[in-house]
Design a protein around this ligand. Structure first.
Ligand SMILES: Cc1cc2nc3c(=O)[nH]c(=O)nc-3n(C[C@H](O)[C@H](O)[C@H](O)COP(=O)(O)O)c2cc1C
Length: 197
């Protein structure tokens, strides 16, 4: 039987129904259509501290702190794809997500090469490209294949939640330019599965 691709989706937002959650749901529709399994975890309201560079993980293979990060490590290892989404906070990916990702990537030594990664960011007005770049660094520093699209999946919330979303029923609809790229990303993750990654 064909192995099902699994995607772990980490949402740095505090909001269950925020803009990143909305983008994730749109990607999940594509995953559903393609038989890709996924798990989405909201991190923004969790108390996740930053790395203290204690190097304990070098000896134990686990982060010294007992919060969700060690649990994420197990799920990440079992996943073929990783989607990370962040609201932009002061021109950056949000702090809680960055703390989680820095500890997750630093404390895990399993082979991440040829997993597939995609990032999504959302802002009120600016800082998307800087945050997008920050998130993609986790992939480029870990041999993870980044799903690309013609335009980065960054978008402004009013377009999604206030104006566009209520009218939105299908994929790639006119007037939904930024989020359309989210579909491209999800499509590319599915394509990676077909290619045997
Ligand atoms: C602490 C904080 C800082 C923010 N900084 C920025 C910013 O630098 N640029 C911007 O355009 N929006 C900024 N925003 C707005 C969020 O990025 C925006 O509302 C985002 O779409 C929220 O995503 P979410 O609904 O998934 O949480 C900030 C919001 C907060 C709470």
């Amino acid at each position: 039987m064909e192995k099902k691709l699994k995607v772990l989706m980490l949402n740095g937002s505090t909001r269950e129904n925020g803009n990143i959650a909305l983008a994730f749901r749109e990607m999940q529709r594509v995953f559903d259509e393609s038989g890709v399994e996924y798990e989405s975890i909201l991190l923004g309201r969790q108390a996740i501290r930053g790395c203290v560079a204690c190097e304990t993980c070098r000896k134990t293979g686990r982060c010294v702190f007992s919060d969700i990060v060690n649990d994420l490590a197990v799920r990440f290892e079992a996943s073929d794809g990783l989607v990370i989404g962040s609201p932009v906070y002061y021109g950056s990916a949000n702090g809680t997500l960055m703390s989680a990702l820095q500890r997750l990537f630093y404390s895990t030594s399993f082979d991440k090469s040829m997993k597939v990664g995609a990032s999504v960011v959302s802002a009120r007005r600016s800082g998307c490209t800087a945050a997008f770049d920050e998130l993609n660094k986790f992939f480029t520093l870990s041999d993870i294949v980044i799903c690309s699209a013609s335009v980065p999946p960054v978008f402004l919330p009013r377009r999604l939640t206030d104006t566009v979303r209520p009218k939105y029923n299908g994929r790639r609809k006119k007037g939904f330019p930024f989020a359309a790229e989210v579909f491209d990303y999800a499509d590319h993750i599915c394509a990676a599965r077909r290619a045997g990654l």
